[in-house]
Each structure stands twice: as C-alpha cells, then as structure tokens.
Design a protein around this ligand. Structure first.
Ligand SMILES: C[S@@+](CC[C@H](N)C(=O)[O-])C[C@H]1O[C@@H](n2cnc3c(N)ncnc32)[C@H](O)[C@@H]1O
Length: 270
C-alpha cells in the first residue's frame, strides 16, 4: 500500500515516467536496451528470474505483494496517476503495474550451447500477439530456445510481452537472427530442423509414429499470411504438415505451433 514517505504520486510529466514511456517505441528500446513488462504475471516473472528490473511503476493501492518483492530486491518503486499509467500501458485496460527491464536476449551461439532439445524458430512473424503466444506455448512445451528471426516482430513489443504471459523470461530468446544461418547452426549442433508447412512432404502423425520426433528438434514456423518461402523451407531436414481433416485451409500459426511443439514434447518425454 502506498504509505507516507513513498513520495508524490507521479504524473506523465515526471522525467522518469516520460523516459519509461519512450520505451513503447522500438527505436528507444534499442537505444536504451530496456523494455516495459506490463501486468502482474510479467512483473512477477521478471522479479523472480532476477531479469534486471530497473524500476517499477504502480497505481496506488495495487499489487502490494509485487511492490514488496521489488523493494526487497532494491528496485525503485514509483506510484503513478491513472494518466501516467495509461501512457506506460499498451492495453485498453491497464493492469496497474509496469516494470522497466533490461534486454535479456542471447546470441545464436549462446542459444546453441548446449544444443536445445526443443526449440522454435519464427520466420517473419508479424503479429505480436501470435509471436507472444508461440513463445508462451514453446515455454510450456519445454522448449529451451525461441528465435525471433530477422523480419519478425520485436519480442520486446508490449503486445508480445503481454501475450507471452511471463514466458519471455524463461527460454533463451534470440532477437533478429538470420534464419538460414540459425538453421545451419542448429543442424550443425545435431538438432533436427522441421519446417511446419501445410504442403509438407510428410505429416506429423507419420513423424510421431516413426519415433522421429524424439530427436532434438527445432520447429520452423512461417508468416501468418505467406507461410514459409520454398527456399527457406528447403533448408529444413523435413517439411511436416499437420493433417487437415476438415475443410480448413490451414491452422492459425499459434495453433499449429502448439500442435507441433506438444507432439515433440510427448515424443521426447514419452
Ligand atoms: C496461417 S499459416 C500460413 C498459411 C499460408 N496460406 C501458407 O500457404 O502457408 C502460418 C504458419 O502456421 C503453420 N501452419 C499452419 N497450418 C499448418 C499445417 N496444416 N501444417 C503445418 N504447419 C501449419 C506454418 O508454419 C505456417 O507457415
């Protein structure tokens, strides 16, 4: 709870609030190597993983447990008014808590050492909600690395952070790797690369039944509208289609990712 001695209720004009608000823009995030994590789940994970939380902004009388945890960790806490919170939030209904965190992405070589048993590679994924959902699903399925290939949305985009529901802080995240180079690195590290492709030459059930999904695997997922270009899909060890039993043209990207990643998790853990 905000107490006497917690200082004034800050407004959007307070320099530290204005500086944090600039992090809603990618260029400013890149300059500062800082991003905003909004909502109690993201803030809890950021604090729990010691992910370089630099500051916490909170609405009065909200999230006392997280305020206490932040203070215990030596993180400066500022109470802000509704307008300031709305400026920091990228949601229609702000959740009343936003943390400023340091970038946590790793290089491709760090993500490959040791080689992941399960990984996801995103090729030109545009929608931050989709990308964050894939990150969350990959984390849930036990993936230890997620690569946001060049041309994909920024993993630190506010909507992506929110959709990841705290999972941004779990697997190793690579931001902006050249996809052909990443795929070559994965294969050289002994990881089987599978392109999720509705027109693939093999299907997921056949891969599962043959026991091939038990191998260390990286799944490559394509753009929401265009899918994977043939030359990129050709870099995988196999192109795998999820069978469509009804009349649907394809699955939504995040749904396809859930089916593929959980098929691998089942095979690897069965
Ligand atoms: C919405 S789909 C793209 C559909 C696009 N019309 C196409 O031709 O691929 C986005 C991504 O989800 C994955 N996906 C969707 N349906 C799939 C399926 N039936 N089998 C395998 N992957 C699928 C693929 O990675 C695809 O690139």
């Amino acid at each position: 709870v905000r107490r006497p001695g917690d200082g004034p209720l800050h407004t959007e004009r307070t320099p530290r609030v204005a500086a944090a608000r600039r992090l809603t823009r990618r260029r400013c995030r890149d300059d500062e190597r800082l991003f905003l994590a909004e909502g109690p789940q993201a803030v809890r994970e950021a604090l729990a993983t010691g992910a370089g939380v630099r500051a916490l902004f909170v609405s009065p009388e909200r999230h006392d447990d997280l305020v206490a945890a932040a203070r215990d960790a030596g993180v400066p806490v500022s109470y802000v008014d509704d307008t300031a919170m709305a400026g920091l939030s990228e949601t229609v209904t702000p959740q009343g808590i936003v943390a400023v965190c340091g970038f946590l992405d790793v290089t491709v070589s760090d993500a490959l050492a040791p080689p992941p048993r399960l990984a996801a590679v995103l090729y030109e994924i545009n929608d931050p909600g989709n990308a964050g959902t894939v990150l969350r699903t990959a984390d849930a399925a036990g993936a230890s690395a997620v690569v946001f290939g060049e041309g994909s949305v920024d993993p630190y985009n506010g909507k992506c952070v929110r959709a990841s529901a705290g999972s941004l802080f779990h697997p190793a995240v690579v931001r902006g790797g050249d996809v052909p180079t990443v795929l070559a690195g994965l294969r050289a590290a002994g990881v089987r690369v599978l392109a999720a492709d509705g027109a693939g030459e093999t299907d997921l059930d056949a891969e599962l039944d043959a026991g091939r999904l038990a191998a260390p695997t990286a799944w490559l997922f394509g753009n929401e509208a265009r899918g994977l270009p043939a030359d990129v899909a050709a870099l995988a060890d196999a192109r795998v289609r999820i069978p469509i039993h009804g009349g649907a043209e394809s699955l939504n990207l995040a749904a396809a990712a859930a089916v593929c990643l959980y098929a691998s998790a089942r095979a690897q853990r069965g």
